[in-house]
Design a protein around this ligand. Structure first.
Ligand code: WQD
Length: 344
């Protein structure tokens, strides 16, 4: 009997790639998504990729009654992978209360439902943003967490605290928080990928939209940082590598291989890449010349961060296999696919 996994936010960017990997790996999947930042058609496309369309229930996790109905109907959930959250840094600064309510109340509702329905395991989508600007690089999981630079980042930090304290108070609940560095790229089929609403905040969707002609030029936010070429450095990892890490983390919990009730892992390549290097990678991987101009720094940006992924490498047996060029190529193929869809 295949184990059934609840994936919240499963039509979103990381969620959809994780659902595709789960189904391919033999799990049954039910998705809860309020479609705030995604579309129901993504479930159909996961069906095209895997041959199995996941169940999708569209409602908001803040609606406790609807969530209780869901667990009464799906009384065979083995574990939860929790992606559903608002994630735009800039928007969170403009609408802090919406971010705290949505991201924290949905998590609390889920944890309380887990206790009511004897669901033991949660994999939580966290972020390297909890580190702020680390003192030491590469950054490892025991690095001191810095005060969050945005309400979004704070909801990830508080979310980790809520989960850690729940696991420590109740040994029937166990969890793993996965701290993502910068996920980029799209599924090799180009049927699913990042679907930013409006003007993209993140670098790679802005690059692909500029390459496609939707944006006049890419603005490089500053080349006066204390880095080799002056532009900011990040640890960009392919979204399929990231999705696969969720499968190994889930199995670690389901097979009781976790060493503590609450564990945290960095998910990154371990290599820092500057904005200019990312642009060069895109041009090399696609053959498309990118138009860009250096402008002033973006407020809130940290200068440089990249992961020490050795704990995940060792404990999860996980490491990234796709290259930066692979990720850029897949992002470009996805951009061309989605633009054709929007035209048809
Ligand atoms: C990367 C680099 C920009 C756009 C964010 C969230 C983080 C996580 C990943 C959710 C920076 C530069 C960007 C542009 C640019 N999201 N840039 N021109 O800020 O590292 O992280 O996404 O978990 O929480 O904060 O990613 O892609 O926005 O920026 O020069 O048009 O690209 O300055 O150096 P970031 P990003």
């Amino acid at each position: 009997m295949n184990k059934k996994i609840l994936v919240t936010g499963g039509t979103g960017y990381i969620g959809s790639h994780t659902v595709a990997e789960l189904i391919t790996d033999g799990f049954e999947v039910a998705i809860i998504d309020n479609l705030y930042n995604s579309e129901a058609v993504v479930a159909d496309r996961i069906g095209q990729i895997t041959g199995v369309r996941p169940e999708l229930e569209v409602f908001d996790l803040c609606n406790e009654a609807r969530l209780e109905d869901f667990f009464r109907k799906h009384n065979d959930i083995s574990a939860i992978i929790h992606f559903a959250a608002y994630k735009a840094v800039g928007e969170s600064v403009r609408k802090p209360l919406e971010y705290y309510r949505n991201n924290l109340l949905s998590l609390i509702n889920l944890l309380e439902a887990m206790k009511r329905h004897d669901i033991a395991s949660m994999v939580f989508s966290s972020s390297c943003t909890v580190y702020g600007q680390p003192e030491k690089l590469p950054v490892s999981e025991d690095a001191p967490l810095q005060p969050a630079k945005s309400p979004y980042g704070n909801t990830k930090k508080i979310g980790e605290d809520i989960i850690r304290d729940t696991c420590e108070a109740d040994d029937k609940i166990k969890a793993i928080s996965l701290r993502y560095f910068n996920p980029i790229g799209a599924h090799p089929t180009a049927l699913i990928g990042e679907l930013p609403r409006g003007v993209p905040e993140n670098l790679v969707p802005f690059i692909t939209q500029t390459a496609y002609g939707l944006r006049d030029e890419l603005k490089v936010f500053g080349d006066d940082y204390d880095t080799p070429d002056g532009s900011c450095i990040r640890d960009y990892l392919h979204v399929v590598d990231l999705a696969r890490a969720h499968i190994v983390a889930l199995k670690r919990l389901l097979e009781n291989k976790n060493k503590k009730n609450y564990e945290v892992f960095n998910l990154g390549t371990g290599t820092g890449v500057s904005v200019f290097e990312a642009i060069k990678s895109f041009e090399r991987a696609t053959g498309v010349k990118l138009k860009y101009r250096v402008t002033s720094r973006r407020p809130g940006d940290i200068e440089k961060i990249w992961a020490d992924p050795s704990l995940a490498n060792r404990e999860l047996g996980w490491k990234t296999i796709y290259t930066l060029d692979d990720a850029m190529k897949s992002a470009w193929e996805w951009e061309k696919f989605i633009r054709k869809q929007n035209r048809s």
